[in-house]
Every structure is written in structure tokens, then in C-alpha cells.
Design a protein around this ligand. Structure first.
Ligand code: GUN
Length: 292
């Protein structure tokens, strides 16, 4: 079994991003600039956004955090997005999800200029992804593709089961794995809460990608010998307190599943770090106007 080391891969990719950012600074006198908008005080979001900002600094980007109280109105947020769209000093921005219930995430996503949508959530970017055109790819699925590529894991012709059909992970993941690209060209089954006989499907899978948000969801009896298992779970438990205040669990029963796998991602130290490096890559692409 080989551990897919998100730390190793992300550090390697960050080196290249830092080189390109330095070249840009040298040539143009400016750094790539990412803005993150954070609404409310969700514990997970706070941690993820802080990490995104910290990583920007590490690779030589400028980063700015805009905080809003959870009482901010949808109109106020949409006005701010309009401002950010027009501000030429900003290359890309993200609005961290989830948002409070009174704010429609679809309206927010569609209000972002697709040319600055470094999360890759805007329908134009999603449509272009589907058609294999240059665009910002959603960070987590993009990060998983970079991980598969780094380790030279063959996906063409393989059976891939994706568990969970969220807009952020499962749905775009299924598109990327099925596209005519490398990695890609897999035979993909996208499963969800209405799927029947999930175990029958996962037992036939060469690659299982789990993004369901439930600790220990994928158990050893669901996985065939030699499978590649990618765990997108970020389940935070306060009852099992560590020095940093939380313990993070994936969606996979790691201890029992890992011995059956050819490759598996750990949590933490796997996909989460790849998500951040993908966001950095997208921000650099925005700054260099690689797509638009
Ligand atoms: N919430 C969980 N993952 C993400 C992400 O990749 N981007 C944003 N904006 N919010 C998230």
C-alpha cells in the first residue's frame, strides 16, 4: 500500500507556483492577489480560509481577507462582489461556503465574474470544464487529479465510483474523471443518497472517491483488493480534542481499508492540502490571464 502524500505533492507544486509568482513580480512589479470573503464564524471555514491566506503568503502572493458578520444581507454581499469584480488590483476571489441560510449560494456564485472565479464554481467554468476547454477547475477535484497525475496512477478505462454528488466535489469530480483527458477516461459511477446497492458498485471499483461527510462511511468490506481510495472527508470532532482543539477524520475507515489498497490518501495530510494548492494554481492562472 502506498500512502498518497498530500504534504509532499503540495510542497512540490508550491515550489513551482512560487517560482512563477516571483517571475511575475520581476516582470510586472505586482504579485498575484487573492481575496477571500468569509461570512460568520463557522469553525471549519475559519480554519480553511486562514490556511488559504497563509499559503498565499508562502508562495509570494498577496492575500486579503474580508470578514462579514453572519447578519450581513444578501444584497450587501452581492454589492461587495460587484466591487471585487471591477477592482483591477484583484486577480481572483472566493466566497467561502457554507453561507448563512438567508443568503442564496447560487446567487452569490453566479454574481462572481467567471474570469475571477478561482473556485471554479461559476456555471461558465463548470460548462467549460465539461467541454474540456481551458477554465478554472474546482479546487478539490482539481487537487485530486493533480495527485493522481503526480503518482502516475492510471485512470483510463478504470472503473471509478464517486460517492457524493455535491456541487463542490462529487459532481465535478465525476466529470473530470470521465473527460477525455489524462488523468481521466475512467468509467465513472456517481453515487448519492438514493443509490441502491452501493457496496455492489464499490466492490467493482478500481478507484473510489469518497466525499460524503460521514466518518468511517467506507468500510473494508466495500473495497476490492488493490483499489485506489481517495478520501475527501473533513469531519471535525470536538469530543476528541487534540492540541489544536479538534481532531479531523475522513470518510474512510482508514485502519481497516488501507491494507487492501494499492494507494490511499490519509486524513489529514491528503486531499485537503491539494485543495489549497489548486486554489493557488488557479489564482496564478488568473493573474497570468491563462484562460481569459
Ligand atoms: N467550502 C468547502 N470547500 C470550499 C471551497 O473549495 N471553496 C469555497 N469557497 N468554499 C468551500
Amino acid at each position: 500500500m502506498i500512502l498518497l502524500d498530500g504534504k509532499l505533492v503540495s510542497e512540490e507544486l508550491k515550489k513551482q507556483i512560487a517560482i512563477e509568482a516571483a517571475e511575475m513580480l520581476e516582470k510586472t512589479g505586482r504579485k498575484p492577489h487573492l481575496v477571500a470573503v468569509l461570512v460568520g464564524n463557522d469553525g471549519g471555514s475559519e480554519t480553511y480560509v486562514a490556511s488559504k491566506m497563509r499559503n498565499c503568503e508562502k508562495v509570494g502572493f498577496k492575500s486579503s481577507l474580508l470578514r462579514y458578520d453572519e447578519t450581513v444581507t444578501e444584497a450587501e454581499l452581492l454589492n461587495k462582489i460587484e466591487e471585487l469584480n471591477k477592482d483591477n488590483s484583484i486577480d481572483g476571489f472566493i466566497v467561502q461556503l457554507p453561507l448563512p441560510k438567508h443568503i442564496d449560494p447560487d446567487k452569490v456564485t453566479e454574481a462572481i465574474d467567471y474570469k475571477k472565479d478561482v473556485d471554479g464554481f461559476h456555471p461558465i467554468n463548470l460548462g467549460r470544464m465539461q467541454r474540456n476547454l481551458p477554465c478554472f477547475l474546482p479546487a478539490t477535484p482539481f487537487g485530486i487529479m493533480l495527485m493522481l497525475e503526480f503518482y502516475g496512477i492510471k485512470t483510463a478505462g478504470k472503473n471509478c465510483v464517486v460517492i457524493g454528488r455535491s456541487n463542490i466535489v462529487g459532481s465535478p469530480m465525476s466529470v473530470l474523471m470521465a473527460r477525455n483527458a489524462n488523468p481521466g477516461n475512467a468509467t465513472v459511477t456517481l453515487t448519492h443518497s438514493k443509490t441502491q446497492n452501493l457496496k455492489e458498485l464499490t466492490l467493482k471499483a478500481d478507484i473510489v472517491i469518497v466525499a460524503i461527510g460521514k466518518k468511517n462511511y467506507l468500510t473494508a468490506d466495500m473495497v476490492k483488493d488493490g483499489a485506489v481510495v481517495i478520501d475527501v472527508g473533513m469531519n471535525r470532532e470536538t469530543s476528541d480534542v487534540t492540541k489544536s482543539g479538534y481532531k479531523l477524520f475522513g470518510d474512510v475507515d482508514f485502519d481497516n481499508v488501507a491494507p487492501k489498497c494499492s494507494y490511499i490518501t490519509p486524513v489529514p495530510g491528503g486531499v485537503g492540502l491539494m485543495t489549497i494548492v489548486s486554489l493557488l494554481r488557479n489564482t496564478l492562472s488568473a493573474a497570468k490571464k491563462e484562460f481569459y
